[in-house]
Design a protein around this ligand. Structure first.
Ligand SMILES: [Zn+2]
Length: 225
């Protein structure tokens, strides 16, 4: 299992069924509530959330559904369009158990650290500096695949929390990657628009070919600087 989470932050775990394998019964067909690529809602700019909307029971219920879907997948981030709702809200959470299969060296290379649950409404994202880093990433809306994607190493994001309180957060490394990925979703952009296209592969292929390798070696394979 060590390499299972090596390359992907968003889309892993589905194949192991999150408990379905432990029932001793045939796996039930679980409907995937997460909108898949091709749906137009993933390709439009999501709408701002108004102050009235933010405090409404319907919107608060949406946040709950997003957190549930993210945890169930499991993933480390989710944007409302991925549940078919064109609103500018994202959730993210990187629990220690999702990182348990990575070695300390792999965690350090990715600058991946646990992140408690955060909700960001109407976020604006600003890169800090010019430095970029490249790793494999996947997406719950492009289920079953991964590719190399270059992202800014550090970003600052501002927005509202679930109670409408302003917040600003400056992060680097893996949480910065998650934020860039999720804010992209709110603008109708998927990682497949930014990927090193020749690196695009199924999760089992990517795992078999690149699991356990240093990112510098992987980048050389694809001629990425
Ligand atoms: Zn995604």
């Amino acid at each position: 299992m060590r390499t299972l989470l090596f390359f992907s932050i968003f889309a892993l775990g589905c194949a192991t069924g999150a408990g379905a394998l432990n029932t001793g019964k045939p796996m039930d067909p679980v409907p995937n509530p997460i909108t898949q690529t091709g749906a137009l809602v993933l390709r439009e700019r999501a709408k701002d959330v108004s102050p009235e909307q933010l405090v409404s029971p319907e919107f608060q219920a949406l946040i709950t559904r997003m957190v549930d879907a993210m945890r169930k997948a499991p993933g480390v981030g989710l944007a409302a369009p991925q549940l078919g709702v064109s609103l500018r809200v994202l959730v993210m959470e990187d629990r220690p158990e999702l990182q348990a299969s990575l070695t300390p060296a792999e965690l350090a290379e990715r600058e991946r650290v646990p992140v408690p649950l955060r909700v960001l409404i109407n976020p604006t994202l600003t890169p800090i500096g010019e430095e970029k880093v490249t790793f494999f990433e996947g997406c719950l809306s492009v289920s079953g695949y991964a590719a190399l994607v270059e992202r800014f190493r550090e970003v600052e994001v501002s927005g509202l929390d679930e109670r409408g309180q302003p917040q600003t957060w400056r992060v680097r490394g893996w949480p910065a990657r998650i934020l860039q990925h999720e804010v992209d979703h709110l603008n109708g952009t998927l990682y497949i628009d930014r990927m090193v296209s020749r690196s695009f592969g199924t999760l089992p292929q990517v795992k078999a070919l690149y699991g356990g390798k240093r990112i510098e070696e992987i980048k050389q394979t694809f001629g990425v600087k």
